[in-house]
Design a protein around this ligand. Sequence first.
Ligand SMILES: [Fe+2]
Length: 486
Amino acid sequence: MASGSGRCPLPCFLKAIFVFTVAMACLEGVYGGITSVFVRSEWPSVDIPIENEVFAVPKGHNAPQQVHITQGDYDGRAMIVSWVTPDEPGSSTVRFEKSAKNYGLSAEGNVTNYTFYKYKSGYIHHCLLEGLEHGTKYYYKIGNGESAREFWFTTPPRIDPDASYKFGIIGDLGQTYNSLSTLEHYMMSGASAVLFVGDLSYADRYQYNDVGVRWDTWGRFVERSTAFQPWIWSAGNHEIEYMPHMGEVIPFKSFLHRYATPYLASESSSPLWYAIRHASAHIIVLSSYSPFVKYTPQWVWLREELKRVDREKTPWLIVLMHVPIYNSNEAHFMEGESMRAVFEEWFVRSRVDVVFAGHVHAYERSYRISNIQYNVSSGNCYPIPDKSAPVYITVGDGGNQEGLAGRFMDPQPEYSAFREASYGHSTLEIMNRTHALYHWNRNDDGKKVATDAFLLHNQYWASNQRRRKLKKNHSLREIVSQIATY
Ligand SMILES: [Fe+2]
């Protein structure tokens, strides 16, 4: 797992800027959206058979499987390690240390399980490792005897406005051959953490006991990445699993048992919405399928969390949700309108940098636009250019068994900058407090061809007033002056 902490040398950085000049111009308000005509070489959108080696059960009695980690606190000095033991509870202890084979530290977790129809889950362990050092590689070991397994992760750098860091963004992944392609390409990207925008396993496409079985296969499928770097989880509609014909009516039952989030650290009352600070980013996770209208717990929480955002410490304000607010695909068209009506004004007033969503099985990026002038009486209802608004990006193209959403609205709305119906993943490489490089990578191109890319200007620090302050006071003076040339 490569670290995201290394800085790109200045010549390399400037070369990248040349490549992305056109996209930059688009973001600055030169309208003219692109609907890509790329036709992918399609693999079947069917789930990989259970006996395939990508779902292999680790050897040994009661060996830990489905290992995944996520940030365990507000500021990145804790990690939650989760795993499943199939046969008996076993140990919930994580032994860990900064040097391999010398596990001097340990933490005790807890174990839970659940039923879904007649399926009985394995024993699901969650263990919080606290007091970690920032920017440090830790090795950890779970399980006992010959069944024990060892992994490692690197904690994010300390909260710092100029901390460089590379995130991956993946959504609607599933467990098909296309999902595998997305996962493998992501793992070659050099990113250090995943912002996951909902719809994990698509296990709810199955019936009866196979629902639980397909959660298990997905956990083993993604372990190659999730055991080694934090995945920041948000929930989608495929996590709801409201299946009254099977007697299952508790929303998010499987997801909440299996995937822990650090919601208490941000004073949230639900694991489904929360926030973390990670390097130079403040990341807000919202739940599209939980109440969010005025006075609901999620609404109250978000209002308070936005007050806690300090752009002097974490310049990058990123929002994750499942259902996109701006989407010009015929699939799921307007489904995000209710959340737009409630939260868009806050996003604009708070100068959110970027909103990532999934749900639509295609890729789309918006210009900076808003529709906050509209109310039900004004009659003035169309998104207009707004430099204070976020960029909205849909990456619901992980590759699940439902296939691609290939039909876009025609003509392309003015607010839509780029859209393409292909599978892929995105990366957001934060360079410093003012600039970040964004790429969307379609699967067919492998890791080195960025199909859509642009240079993202920070909404807080890229203002002329703060840029002048930065030039005067900060060591990044040279880089900022070079960037201003383009
Ligand atoms: Fe979805």
